[in-house]
Design a protein around this ligand. Structure first.
Ligand SMILES: *[C@@H]1O[C@H](CO)[C@@H](O)[C@H](O)[C@H]1NC(C)=O
Ligand SMILES: *[C@@H]1O[C@H](CO)[C@@H](O)[C@H](O)[C@H]1NC(C)=O
Length: 400
């Protein structure tokens, strides 16, 4: 009799352990996948995940149980493609420095549900671009309210058939002149470009595909003026293109709101501008993404805390547009290749790939391009991304 109970107890224990470990395994898989896939997780998914984890963690919840919950987890697992085995996240986590710098849970994008009291309290204390200080609450809230599509919450709505999301980020640096990297760039799942991103006439070197075009209204309009003579006659447009707004000032919120409403800009610096001139006729919120001010602060403080912040130019300083696009890609893609970004051999090349006569790159106090250069180089050395380099010291790497 005693032996019988003993055996039964053994079997039961084994059964319970099996179920618990089985569950933990799927929770782990789901958590891993959803962290990898969602740029900033929608609140509801967050709660679900936390719910699942608590469910497996606590005895009380386990009693209330539900095979339904377990079934949900298994279904989710079947819907999810396998996690990318060579993702940059895994590589970053293996590096002693970058594992503390990268936070893949940082909110990258901002959308309607971020218009909360607590966000207002925090962000209204920080000046742009890192917050909303001195911005009329009505302008911020009416803009965020329009970002109510699932596309506003994640960088990639559609996952490529293979398990790794491969991105190319194309800067406008002169190093791309004669590079013949166009085909390689276009072969990526997603291609990021920004500011004066001319492709017409330079297809062989820079490719033709654009998935995301990033800018502040200021840099976009300045590029249209400054590079018009070089052939930048209009911003990239097309059905497949989405626009990434960097909220550097009130005018970015006002332009974004007008773009989704399909009306001329009603007030401010850009008063009277028709957004369709920049973004084409489609006004769906799906077309637009807004970087989170918190993400901008995180990139500055963790990756690019320049000496400039200790000078009288501190208020002018922020990471460059290209730098922000590259960091956005590094926080959403599994694999990132950077082309046309500053490298050690920058003085061999013109400022941009499209200039007809070589122009030297100028350094201004609003960015720290030398610091960005060292960051890109280091991320390349650590295998976290691939940086296109060529010229004197980097001949070998450039040709691979
Ligand atoms: C988003 O908001 C607009 C305007 O308020 C509304 O017409 C639309 O149905 C909403 N879309 C979603 C997905 O909730
Ligand atoms: C671009 O490359 C070509 C061929 O190497 C060179 O002749 C030209 O001067 C370069 N353009 C600029 C602006 O540097």
């Amino acid at each position: 009799m005693r032996l019988y109970w003993f055996k039964l107890l053994g079997v039961l224990t084994a059964l319970v352990l099996a179920v618990v470990f089985y569950g933990q395994y799927y929770v782990w898989l789901v958590a891993r996948n959803s962290i990898q896939r969602t740029v900033a997780k929608p609140e509801s998914l967050d709660k679900d995940l936390i719910g699942h984890l608590q469910f497996y963690g606590s005895h009380e919840d386990q009693k209330k149980s539900s095979t339904a919950k377990l079934r949900n987890i298994i279904l989710m697992k079947e819907d999810e493609p396998l996690a990318c085995p060579s993702s940059l996240q895994l590589r970053a986590k293996e590096d002693s420095l970058y594992k503390t710098l990268f936070n893949f849970d940082i909110p990258l994008l901002m959308w309607d549900s971020h218009m909360t009291e607590s966000n207002w309290r925090v962000l209204s204390k920080r000046p742009v671009p890192y917050g909303w200080k001195d911005l009329p609450r009505e302008d911020v809230s009416s803009t965020l309210k329009l970002l109510n599509d699932s596309a506003n919450q994640m960088m990639f709505e559609f996952k490529p058939p293979q398990s790794c999301v491969r991105c190319a980020v194309v800067g406008n640096g002169g190093i791309l002149n004669g590079s013949r990297k166009g085909k390689e760039i276009d072969e990526h799942d997603y291609v990021f470009r920004q500011n004066g991103a001319i492709t017409k006439g330079f297809e062989e070197d820079v490719g033709t595909k654009t998935s995301f075009y990033g800018f502040t209204v200021n840099t976009m309009k300045n590029s249209l003026i400054a590079y018009e003579a070089d052939g930048f006659l209009s911003t990239p447009k097309g059905e497949a293109i989405q626009y990434i707004f960097i909220p550097s000032d009130l005018r970015d919120y006002v332009m974004l709101r007008s773009a989704i409403m399909g009306v001329p800009v009603p007030t401010g610096t850009d008063k009277g501008d028709m957004p369709s001139l920049y973004f084409g006729p489609e006004t769906s919120p799906k077309k637009f993404k807004l970087l989170h001010p918190e993400f901008l602060l995180y990139t500055r403080d963790r990756f690019l805390p320049s000496e400039i912040l200790n000078t009288e130019y501190a208020r002018l300083y922020m990471p460059s547009t290209g730098g922000l696009m590259l960091l956005s890609a590094l926080h959403s893609c599994d694999q990132v290749s950077a082309y046309g970004f500053i490298t050690r051999s920058y003085n061999l090349y013109s400022d941009h790939y499209y200039e007809k006569k070589k122009q030297t790159l100028e350094f201004y106090a609003n960015h720290d391009l030398l610091m960005e250069m060292k960051l890109w180089e280091m991320l390349h050395k650590k295998g976290i991304m691939k940086l296109y380099q060529r010229g004197q010291d980097n001949d070998k790497e450039g040709k691979t």
